[in-house]
Design a protein around this ligand. Structure first.
Ligand SMILES: [Zn+2]
Ligand SMILES: [Zn+2]
Length: 352
C-alpha cells in the first residue's frame, strides 16, 4: 500500500521527551478522508501512552485523539465530505463495523476491538496507528465527524474525547430537564460534564474536595457545589441524584457517593479503570436498587450528535492553547493539574 510522509511529534521510547519525527500515512483509499490537522487537544491518555504507564505502548508513539482539521483529499467512494470541509476525528479510526455492537452504533465496544487513533493497529498498514500530533491524518469516512461552523475550532477539539466521554452517559441514562445529576471532579472531563448537563436543562451539582472551585464551577453551569470532605454537606444530599458522573482518574472510595444516589440511581465511572478501594458496601445498593456502572467514550453517531448539540447550544471546552514544541512542559503541568481545563495544540506551530 502506498504511503506518504508527514511531520509529527512523538516519543521514541518510554523515557524520551516528545520530539519531531517523520511518520508514514497511507494514501487515501476509496473510503478514506485525508485531513490537514489544525488543532489537537491534549488528553491524559496521551501522556500515559507516551510514557507506557498502562503497558503495551509501541514506539515511536505519536499521541493525540482530539483532532480538528480541514479535508484535503477524499477517496472516490466518500459521500459525506469534500475538499475544504471542516472535519474531526476522536479516539477511534476503525472497528470491524459488522459485530453486534458496531451494528448498534456502539463502535467503542466493538467485539473485535476498535482501532485506537494512536497505539492501535492500522488495519491497512499493519503497523501501529499514529495520532493527531502530526500534520495530517487519513481516516475511514465512517470515523470522521462533521464540525459545526459557528464554534471556536480550537475549543471544539476536546469535545472529541472529554466531551463525548461525559455526553454518552448523559444520553444513555436519559438525562433531561428536571433530572438531578452530580459530577465528581472538575478537570477536563468534569468541566464538560457541567456544561453539557446544564445545557440539557438538568440540575447539576459538583462534588469537590476544595471550596476554592465554587465560583468557577458555578460559572461553568453548576447549580451547587458540595464539599465532599464535609460530612454534613454530604448528608444534606443523601438519596438525591439520578445520575453521578465520576471523572476521578485514580482509585477512590465510592461509598459516600452511592449514599447520595436516589432509588434506581446510577453512579457511572468514566475516569478510573481498575480495582476499587475501599470495597463497595452493597447494602445501600440493594436497599435502593442503586447501580455502579462504567462508560467508555461514545459511538460515532453519538459523537456527531454531541457536536451538533454543541453547535446549537454554543458549547466548547475551556482551553489553553500551546505550541507543539511546548508539549513536554504541558505534560508536566497536567501531572500537577495545572490546566484550565484542556491544553490544545495549535498545529500551525509545527510548520515553524
Ligand atoms: Zn482522551
Ligand atoms: Zn465491531
Amino acid at each position: 500500500m502506498k504511503t506518504f510522509e508527514v511531520k509529527a511529534f512523538g516519543a521514541a521510547s518510554r523515557e524520551a521527551d516528545l520530539e519531531p519525527m517523520t511518520i508514514a500515512r497511507r494514501e487515501a483509499t476509496p473510503k478514506d478522508v485525508e485531513i490537514e490537522i489544525l488543532y489537537c487537544g491534549v488528553c491524559h491518555s496521551d501522556l500515559h501512552t507516551a510514557r507506557n504507564d498502562w503497558g503495551g505502548t509501541k514506539y515511536p508513539a505519536v499521541p493525540g485523539h482530539e483532532i480538528v482539521g480541514r479535508v484535503t483529499k477524499v477517496g472516490g467512494e466518500v459521500t459525506q465530505f469534500k475538499i475544504g470541509d471542516l472535519a474531526a476525528v476522536g479516539c477511534m479510526v476503525d472497528s470491524c463495523q459488522t459485530c453486534a455492537n458496531c451494528r448498534q452504533d456502539l463502535e467503542q465496544y466493538c467485539l473485535r476491538g476498535f482501532t485506537g487513533t494512536y497505539n492501535g493497529r492500522d488495519r491497512h498498514l499493519q503497523q501501529q496507528t499514529f495520532g493527531g500530533y502530526s500534520e495530517k491524518v487519513v481516516v475511514d469516512e465512517h470515523f470522521v465527524l462533521r464540525v459545526p461552523t459557528n464554534l471556536d475550532l480550537a475549543a471544539v477539539a476536546p469535545l472529541l474525547c472529554a466531551g463525548i466521554t461525559t455526553w454518552s452517559p448523559l444520553r444513555h441514562w436519559k438525562v433531561k430537564e428536571g433530572s438531578k445529576v452530580a459530577v465528581v471532579g472538575l478537570g477536563g472531563l468534569g468541566h464538560m460534564a457541567l456544561k453539557l448537563t446544564h445545557a440539557l436543562g438538568a440540575d447539576v451539582t459538583l462534588f469537590s474536595r476544595s471550596a476554592d472551585k465554587i465560583q468557577e464551577a458555578k460559572s461553568l453551569g453548576a447549580d451547587q457545589v458540595i464539599i465532599s470532605t464535609d460530612e454534613s454537606q454530604m448528608a444534606s444530599v443523601g438519596n438525591t441524584f439520578d445520575l453521578i458522573i465520576d471523572t476521578v482518574p485514580y482509585v477512590h472510595d465510592l461509598n459516600p457517593y452511592v449514599a447520595t444516589l436516589q432509588a434506581s440511581g446510577t453512579l457511572v465511572l468514566v475516569g478510573f479503570l481498575g480495582e476499587l478501594d475501599s470495597a463497595i458496601n452493597t447494602s445501600p445498593m440493594v436497599m435502593g436498587r442503586k447501580a455502579i456502572s462504567g462508560s467508555l467514550i461514545g459511538g460515532i453517531a453519538e459523537t456527531q450528535e454531541l457536536l451538533d448539540f454543541c453547535g446549537e447550544h454554543n458549547i466548547v471546552s475551556e482551553i489553553e492553547m500551546i505550541k507543539m514544541q511546548d508539549i513536554n512542559e504541558a505534560y508536566e503541568r497536567m501531572l500537577k493539574s495545572d490546566v484550565r481545563y484542556r491544553f490544545v495544540i495549535d498545529m500551525g506551530s509545527m510548520k515553524n
